[in-house]
Design a binder for this molecule. Structure first.
Ligand code: C2E
Ligand code: MG
Ligand code: MG
Length: 525
């Protein structure tokens, strides 16, 4: 009797099916979990065939059994790899969609509702960039663990990709319940994670969509929840939001914008505007920053914060950035050739451009082709671009600096860099982000940050530029703190080349000189 091979996990139904076939004297094929004498599980593939004599009477059964334990294990591995995320062990996107399809098929038959929550971590990239991928991985595992703790039976949490998770939450009662779940998830993330001895805080943006009300298409549900998540991101993150049908309109707008951006370079729809940088001590003009403007044919200009992120996402920024570099250098050379005084032209680099191979070669080629000396070009990069700590980053920076190109850190204070680290790179200028400058006259904290940055930067021999100074009070404060330069609406908004030329011709900002004189007068005994 084969019964001695069977055990607790042997499939009873399958045994019944085999027995029934034998009873009908029919051949049968099966796969069964069996047990060895010492209780070890093994899988067999089993073929049982009836053997009849010449009169057609059953006399024997031939059974062939093959040990397929290895194959079963391989299948399990494949299943795990195909359906689970290897870092966190959570179900992956495919598995989530499978479950969602299943849940929705169920919801179609019975009046059950449920929610899909799309969870995207806020500023996770900063952590990855600053502390490295290992720490990032540990944090993701920790987060996966906490999210799992918040689940109820029947919920499925999955890791969709990098720092995004999704939760299917079937519930029989009330869709408002989803808000409570979102709230609970956010709460789970509130206390810090201790990773490699550091306390890390992380928040998340959650988009919620309800089925079957919003749609019963699994892919569409995820998309809706993602769209709702983006709404929270736009408002600064850390919170949740329900999907509303008009969000899709916004996504469609973005797609439309993208398709109009693709041919923009060939159609010559980009222009540069220039904003002066002025020395605070005497009001002398020292340079311009080139800022990209997109004026699509037949419609009003689109602000950079709307189209530059799309250029970055699509990779178009690499070719457009090259155009900016050429156009800005050419303009500077044109001014020099027409006898105006030489100034530095600053060009913004995006992370994509900075990481693309051959940046230093490109800059060298452009300068040579235009005939502009490297010292009249400044490249603005952001802190997060330096945080890879890779040797390529350092090599690119060293090469640019060796050519004579100036390097500055844009939007300083918004990332996580340490001044000591920056000092090891050939950076010569820090631009304090407008966010700190904005409230220096009203907010003591911002004032302290700006004072400290200026003092430390000077100790490290870096020049400091304050971004976004708009009022005489701000300028006066910056000047008194020995900030080297400023750039902001106080002196001028970014203007087209034709309007920048008179500023260059003058070479001096009278408004700054006025403030200098006033502050000299007020300190006179
Ligand atoms: P950014 O490099 O920090 O540029 C400074 C931004 O602050 C500019 O915005 C400028 O118009 C604005 N600004 C300057 N002074 C003031 C002020 O006193 N008050 C206020 N409220 N704003 C002021 P813009 O031109 O809209 O550019 C936004 C961002 O877009 C830039 O920030 C830069 O990150 C990016 N960007 C612009 N042009 C390019 C480019 O050619 N390539 C790349 N990769 N990014 C660019
Ligand atoms: Mg800039
Ligand atoms: Mg800036």
């Amino acid at each position: 009797s084969p019964r001695l091979l069977q055990g607790l996990r042997t499939n009873r139904e399958e045994l019944g099916r085999i027995k029934a076939a034998l009873h009908r004297q029919e051949p049968v094929h099966s796969e069964l979990l069996n047990y060895t004498k010492d209780g070890r599980e093994y899988w067999v593939e089993l073929d049982i065939v009836p053997v009849a004599n010449d009169q057609g009477e059953l006399t024997h059964w031939v059974s062939i059994e093959r040990d397929i334990t290895e194959r079963k294990k391989a299948e399990e591995d494949i299943h795990r790899l195909a359906y689970f995320d290897s870092l966190t062990g959570l179900p992956n996107r495919r598995m989530l969609l499978d479950r969602l399809t299943h849940v929705l098929a169920h919801a179609r038959r019975t009046p059950q509702v449920g929610a899909v929550l799309y969870i995207d971590l806020d500023r996770f990239k900063n952590i990855n960039d600053t502390l490295g991928h290992h720490a990032g991985d540990l944090l993701l595992k920790g987060i996966a663990g906490r999210l799992q703790e918040a689940l109820r039976e029947g919920d499925t949490i999955s890791r969709l990709s990098g720092d995004t998770f999704a939760l299917i939450c079937p519930m029989a009662t009330d869709s408002r319940h989803a808000a409570l779940v979102a709230h609970k998830l956010l709460e789970q993330l509130e206390s810090p994670f201790v990773i490699e001895g550091l306390e890390l805080f992380i928040a998340a943006s959650i988009g919620i969509t309800i089925y079957p009300q919003d749609t019963i298409n699994p892919e569409q549900l995820l998309k809706n929840a993602e769209a709702a998540m983006f709404r929270i991101k736009e408002q600064g993150g850390s919170g949740y939001e329900y999907y509303k049908a008009d969000i899709n309109k916004q996504a469609a707008e973005r797609l439309k914008l993208e398709s109009r951006l693709r041919p923009a370079l060939e159609r010559d729809e980009y222009v540069l505007h220039y904003q002066p940088k002025v020395e605070l001590a005497a009001g002398k003009l020292v340079g311009f920053e080139a800022l990209l403007r997109w004026c699509p044919d037949g419609s009003s200009p689109v602000p950079p914060n709307q189209f530059i992120p799309i250029l970055e996402d699509t990779g178009l920024i690499v070719s457009v950035g090259e155009w900016v570099l050429r156009a800005a250098c050419r303009q500077n050379k044109l001014w020099q050739d027409s006898g105006l005084s030489s100034i530095t032209m600053a060009v913004n680099l995006s992370a994509r451009q900075f990481r693309a191979p051959g940046l230093a070669d490109l800059v060298e080629r452009v300068l040579k082709a235009i005939g502009l000396e490297a010292r009249w070009l400044e490249l603005e990069i952001t802190e997060s671009m330096l945080m890879d700590h890779t040797t390529e980053t350092a090599v690119t920076l060293q090469r640019l600096s060796a050519m004579g190109v100036k390097l500055s850190i844009d939007d300083f204070g918004t990332g996580y860099s340490s001044l000591a680290y920056l000092k090891r790179l050939p950076i010569s200028v820090l631009k304090i982000d407008r966010a700190f400058v904005k409230d220096i006259t009203s907010d003591a904290n911002d004032r302290a940050v700006v004072q400290a940055v200026i003092a430390m930067a000077h100790n490290l021999n870096l020049r400091v530029v304050a971004e976004g100074a708009e009022t005489p009070e701000q300028v006066s404060f910056l000047r008194n703190q020995d900030c080297d330069e400023m750039q902001g609406f106080f002196t001028s908004r970014p203007v087209p080349a034709a309007d920048a030329q008179p500023i260059l011709l003058d070479g001096h900002c009278k408004k700054i000189a006025g403030i200098a004189a006033a502050s000299a007068a007020s300190t006179r005994p």
